[in-house]
Design a protein around this ligand. Structure first.
Ligand SMILES: N[C@@H](CCC(=O)N[C@@H](CS)C(=O)NCC(=O)O)C(=O)O
Length: 203
C-alpha cells in the first residue's frame, strides 16, 4: 500500500492525480497549512526532515520530491506515462520533469516571497516578471496541438507542469497564454483530476 502525505493546496495534488489516473491503490494522510503562516504543520517533519509535501511511503521507503515520486510510481504502475528510454521524446520528457521544479518554480516562489516586501522588493520585480514571462512563454510554445507537453497523450511531464501552469492562470495570465489556459481547462475536466481533488480534501 502507498501512503501519500498530502498537504492542502500543494504540489502533492500531482501525486493524487497520478495515482487516480493509474488506478493504483493508496491511502491519503491529510495535513493542513497553518492559516497565518501558510506553512506545513510540524507533524510533516516526523515523516521527512524537510517537513514538506508531497512525501509518500512505499515498499518501506519514504520518498520526497514530486518528480522522483512520479518516476517511482510510473515505473511501478504506469510505464506508458513516460516515453521509451532512448527516444527523443524521453530526453525531452526528462528535461521537462526537471524544468518544472528546477526552472519554472523559482521565479514563481520569488514572486510570492518578494511580493510580501512591498516597496522594498520593487527593485527585484522587473527581473522576476521577466523570468515569469520567459518560463510561461516557453511552456506555451512547447505545448503540442494535442494539448500535451511531450506525447499526444497524458504523460508524467503534463502532471509535473500542471502546477506552474495553474499558477500562471492564478496570476491572471490567461489572455497572455491561451494554450496554457486550454491545457489547464482540459486537465481540470479529467475525471481522475477531480477525484484526486476530492481525495485531497477538496481544497
Ligand atoms: N520540490 C519539491 C517542493 C516541495 C514543497 O515545497 N512543497 C510545499 C507545498 S507546494 C510545502 O510543503 N510547503 C510547506 C512548507 O514549506 O512549510 C517537490 O516538488 O516536491
Amino acid at each position: 500500500m502507498i501512503t501519500v502525505h498530502h498537504l492542502n493546496r500543494s504540489r502533492s495534488h500531482r501525486i493524487l492525480w497520478l495515482l487516480e489516473e493509474l488506478e493504483a491503490p493508496y491511502e491519503v494522510r491529510r495535513y493542513e497549512r497553518n492559516q497565518k503562516t501558510n506553512l506545513a504543520p510540524p507533524e510533516l517533519m516526523q515523516i521527512h526532515p524537510l517537513g514538506k509535501s508531497p512525501v509518500i511511503e512505499m515498499d518501506g521507503r519514504v520518498i520526497s520530491e514530486s518528480a522522483a515520486i512520479i518516476e517511482v510510481l510510473c515505473a511501478a504502475y504506469g510505464p506508458q506515462m513516460i516515453p521509451p528510454a532512448g527516444s527523443d521524446a524521453h530526453v525531452q520528457h526528462l528535461e521537462l520533469m526537471h524544468f518544472a521544479e528546477g526552472s519554472a518554480m523559482p521565479p514563481i516562489l520569488l514572486n510570492l516571497y518578494v511580493g510580501t516586501l512591498g516597496d522594498a522588493g520593487a527593485p527585484l520585480q522587473p527581473r522576476i516578471e521577466q523570468q515569469l514571462d520567459s518560463h510561461f512563454t516557453y511552456m506555451e510554445q512547447i505545448l503540442r496541438p494535442s494539448g500535451h507537453f511531450v506525447l499526444d497523450q497524458l504523460s508524467a511531464a503534463d502532471i509535473m507542469l500542471s502546477f506552474p501552469a495553474e499558477i500562471a492562470m492564478r496570476l491572471g495570465r490567461r489572455a497572455d497564454f491561451p494554450q496554457l489556459a486550454d491545457f489547464v481547462e482540459r486537465i481540470h475536466a479529467r475525471p481522475a483530476y477531480t477525484s484526486a481533488f476530492e481525495k485531497g480534501g477538496g481544497d
